[in-house]
Ligand binder design. Structure first.
Ligand code: FUB
Length: 361
């Protein structure tokens, strides 16, 4: 169809108004007197309206990654966002390699390829490549991962690899310290001290040595009530927030809960669930999260997996991103898992405004 310049202008104006309306409804927030952002009033109704509109236009941003992926570890390195997931879609989670995805706006993601191929790189495991975690120290990227239910560590000079096995054997051998030794999550505190959280069936934390590839002690039991797996640590202000997943990853009731403490070693009493299924929207098994905290901004994003839509299950999962807000008392507003995801790109820079609606999917 051919447009005249006037019709073309009217069409552009209409599109701009529609984008503006969707953006206003979706990202409705109210500045809190303390400078924190809290969700705007009646956001549930506003979101429901936007859900319908977005679905009608077929512009869902969730899932953010193509294909089946799970256990996403999000990171920001040098103005680029990365997600390190488990490659999903295999019976009994039999995947053999890890890939990484990158983005400059949290909405559009590019597969950067395989970063660690177990049969090629490891001498001690060939499959069950699960739930990687990433840390950067002294210009070296450390990839902690589960392989054959032991925890390994690999290093690279680049966030996109290739990663090389740092030890030639597991960092933590299979089924030790009373837990299934999977789901490693590295955390470097402001004082430079590094910790590794891990475990399914129980939560453990241990300090890492300065070299990042050896343990500086014996793992400590920090299992909170309801814990199953998927440990995550976030520091906000002086408070340590510990997140974990509850129930079995093959259950629609797989969900994320959290607790907080004044030490990275806990104790972390369970405060409550902050991410769970929404069967009315067909969103099930929302769990194994990580959190993106934008530097210099009190702005947070929940990155998690759910059963793929349509037809997913515990072996066919997909990765999503939704906004996460804190209350003024430091508790967390339950995250609303959405079909539409983020509708505006997010700038990684603390000095720039978020990328405009033009990057909306
Ligand atoms: O992806 C394999 C396993 O499923 C992970 O290690 C668990 O956290 C669960 O998500």
């Amino acid at each position: 169809m051919r447009y005249t310049p006037i019709v073309d202008s009217l069409v552009r104006l209409g599109c701009a108004l529609l984008s503006f309306t969707l953006l206003c409804c979706s990202n409705q927030t109210t500045p809190h007197p303390a400078g924190l952002l809290v969700p705007g009033p009646s956001s549930v109704e506003a979101y429901a309206h936007v859900d319908a509109g977005i679905r009608a236009f077929g512009s869902n941003a969730n899932p953010v990654l193509p294909g089946y992926n799970a256990d996403p570890q999000v990171a920001l390195f040098d103005d680029t966002f990365y997600i390190y997931p488990t490659t999903d879609g295999f019976a009994n989670w039999a995947s053999t390699s890890f890939s990484v995805f990158s983005s400059t706006n949290l909405v559009n993601w590019t597969n950067r390829g395989v970063i660690l191929d177990l049969p090629k790189e490891l001498t001690w495991a060939t499959n069950r490549a699960w739930a990687p975690g990433i840390a950067l120290k002294g210009g070296v990227y450390y990839l902690y991962f589960a392989a054959a239910q032991a925890i390994g560590v690999a290093t690279s000079a680049s966030p996109t690899g290739p990663f090389k096995d740092a030890l030639g054997h597991p960092l933590i051998s299979a089924w030790s310290y009373g837990v299934q030794t999977i789901d490693p999550y590295p955390f470097i505190d402001d004082d430079g001290m590094a910790y590794l959280y891990f475990g399914s069936g129980g939560a453990r934390v241990v300090r890492l040595s300065g070299d990042m590839i050896s343990l500086a002690g014996t793992p400590r039991d920090i299992t909170p009530t309801g814990y199953n797996e998927g440990s995550v640590m976030l520091k906000r202000g002086g408070t340590y927030y510990f997140f974990w997943s509850e129930n079995d990853t093959r259950s629609a009731k797989y969900q994320v809960a959290y607790g907080r403490a004044q030490s990275p070693l806990g104790p972390f009493d369970r405060i409550g669930v902050i991410l769970e299924e929404n069967p009315a929207l067909g969103i099930l098994a929302t769990g194994h999260n990580s959190i993106l905290a934008l530097p210099g901004r009190d702005e947070y994003y929940m990155v998690y997996h759910r059963f793929a839509i349509p037809g997913g299950d515990g072996y066919h999962r997909e990765v999503c991103v939704d906004r996460m807000y804190f209350n003024s008392d430091g508790t967390i507003v339950p995250v609303r898992p959405t079909l539409q995801g983020l509708r505006a790109g997010v700038s990684p820079s603390p000095f720039e405004l978020p990328v405009g609606a033009a990057t909306t999917k």
